[in-house]
Design a protein around this ligand. Sequence first.
Ligand SMILES: *Cc1c(COP(=O)(O)O)cnc(C)c1O
Length: 401
Amino acid sequence: MFSAENILSALSRKSLRRQLRTLDETEGTLIRIEDRTLVNFASNDYLGLSQHQALREAAKQAIDRFGVGTGASRLITGSTALHARLEEQLSLLKTTEAALTFSSGYAAALGTIPSVVTSGDVIILDKLSHACLIDAAKLSGATIRVYPHNDLTKLRDHLVWAKQEYPDRTILILTESVFSMDGDLGALSAIVDLKDRFGAMLFVDEAHATGIFGKQGEGLIHQLRLSDRVEIQMGTLSKAIGVSGGFICGSRSLIDLLINRARSFIYSTAPPPAVAATASAAVDLIQSSEGDGLRERLWKNIRYLWQVLPGPHRTVEEPSSPIVPIMVGEESKAVAMAAAILESGYFAPAIRYPTVKRGSARLRVTVSSAHSEEQIDGLAKAIDRESWIQVARSADPTHDG
Ligand SMILES: *Cc1c(COP(=O)(O)O)cnc(C)c1O
């Protein structure tokens, strides 16, 4: 029999229970939670744009022009000039024929993948793929094969198998360009070569690459000159873009198909005008010289964190993105460590199963261009402090992630 209490206490016993934490205020990289001011090392707002004055202004202007809500889906009366402009900008940024925005990255994946493949087709995906790719794959009804993270030999084996078993069907490969919990990069060039050799299609989730990689923040696909070889490019407006929403870039016919098929697009109210306007302003910004400066600062901060992070906590290869996981292992230990760091005034979340594999819990530190060197130093010292074990013993074991 269903009992929420039983399920929750089982989660608590395994250090897997999560809880919401309410922010009372945000100012730059500082957040106020329960009367404590903390330096935020948990946000995916890598360029600090969520706090940017130009974006705040864009939101206010959009509200004055359209009000706060759209009142209907995009296909009814929700499709404003602001949405159209944003999509035009995104297709130019990603050098594709067209783009379509969704209310979230999650909704973009969930609407798109089942529009492209169905029962009888095949999806092959990286083991570390984001939950939205996994859920979309399941929803599509396609046959699913998983390859170990970036394991091209296994990917090739799956492609050989799929070609043999499903010779006339669509084979769609799913990967991320920057992996969200490990911060490392997908082997995109090699995957594109394999995909072409086997006549498969490729979907790449650039949630953590858009705004950061490429000369003007186009993403990793563009940086690697693969834009015309990836059939479906996904991104979010909620990370380096600093706002909220997701998008798909691809051919005109792919986008027209999604307008007709993607259920998370069709049956959902259009995102507020202010969201579209703010994302537009952000896309302008990441392509400007100010954007160049922010990216420069971001990479400088990433290098600086690596330099000051105590040796034993450099548990991964040198970071290739703003996501720097500090591997801990045991769930309870990661939660205790996050609590101890919080005591010192820094917020970096413990990430646990099912977000990552059981026993591979970690602190997930994310760096932004808006952090100061003093803040990064402070975090490194807090991580280093030997006393964290004692502090943690008495702490609340319910940090999220
Ligand atoms: C955050 C994230 C998403 C979901 O995007 P939202 O806009 O937050 O819904 C999708 N894929 C990856 C890899 C992500 O990290």
